[in-house]
Design a protein around this ligand. Sequence first.
Ligand code: GLU
Length: 441
Amino acid sequence: MTVTTRFAPSPTGNLHVGNIRTALHNWMFARANGGRFLLRIDDTDGARSEEHFVAAIRADLAWLGLNPDGEERQSARFGLYEARFEELKAAGRVYPAYETAQELELKRKVLLGRGLPPVYDRAALALTGEDRARLEAEGVRPHWRFKLDHDAMIEWDDMVRGPQRFDPRTMSDPVVRRADGSWLYLLPSVIDDIDMGISHVVRGEDHVSNTATQLQMFAALGAAAPRFAHEALLTGNEGKLSKRLGSLGIDHFRELGIEPEALIALLARLGTSDPVEPYVDPAPLVAGFDFARFGRAPARFDEEELAQLNARIVHQLGFDAVRERLPAGMTEAGWEAIRPNLSTVAEAADWWQVVEGPVTAEIAEEDRAFLAQAAGIAVTLDWANPWPALTGALKEATGRKGRALFLPLRLALTGREHGPDMAALLPLIGKENALDRLRSG
Ligand code: GLU
């Protein structure tokens, strides 16, 4: 069996961290099994779908490096849905229902008031041909329900949740098509999963009860069902489902300077007991990817954890990976000297400005003579590896050591008390600049 997964967002908004995780896991599982990863744009809802969201979804996946092996759009597949719907109609597995939303709501309330589960009573199934003709003559257009098979217990072995069991008699026959002919999500998704040869459906646990009804749709359409993995949802820092998570998209992370590798490294392992580690290359994460490692408890998405992971990723990025985002003129040696001090790539510009100057520093009175002495030694050095030579000679000459030796030099040379390793920085600053800075102290 070829593993084929699909990521199926509705283009009614931007991807948020929950969807991104779903996309990633679909991609990882396909890659781990030598399979295919497809993008399916779920745009059956023409009123709510927007073209710019489709473009944003593609761009976000590209930025993450999650490149689909193919793309389908539900709005281009209505002919297929129509044909398969006709088959279900002929087999009596979908039926027209004429209740208004208000009537259905009333039925629900009555059942709930009697302490019963609000399951649809199938009144529409009892209508005669005459009843239907009369209703349609009155201008009432039906919506369509899928008729669950009450005699077949619904069971599947979920790759995350383990064995699942639903009694179809406790469930309402789901509405699959609206009175205006438009499709609800459930049935087109099954038709597509069959047609696209989807072997594994990976999605959030909010879809578990949809799966129960969809499994019967696969059977009614004569297809074997795919395997399912329903993942526990993400929670925010506060430990509950947060609105904030739903608004955290790629734009937000990019603005903060988060690298795609950091998001991937975090979301690949969040919810497992494996440690989150700063992988720049996702290959080891992919190789070890296994739904059995995911727990059933909600996983906590922590932006601070992401920021820290991001810094550890940045510290490993090679010059070629970042050069287009670095200030003009910044060299490979410059990047390597500065990189260990960065939380984001954008911060490299600040440190490059320190290298290139000008810098200003407030020098304490008692350090002025010391710095003049430093300039006197610096001028004699050949600058191949100036920092140990300069500090070694100054220590000898002045008896200063530790902070008293290093801090005034760092301050005069960089204008700051902290920063990258001076041994790496000083060659970049260059002899001329360094002498100027020491003398102006
Ligand atoms: N469009 C559906 C959603 O975004 C897809 C769910 C699925 O993966 O089947 O919830």
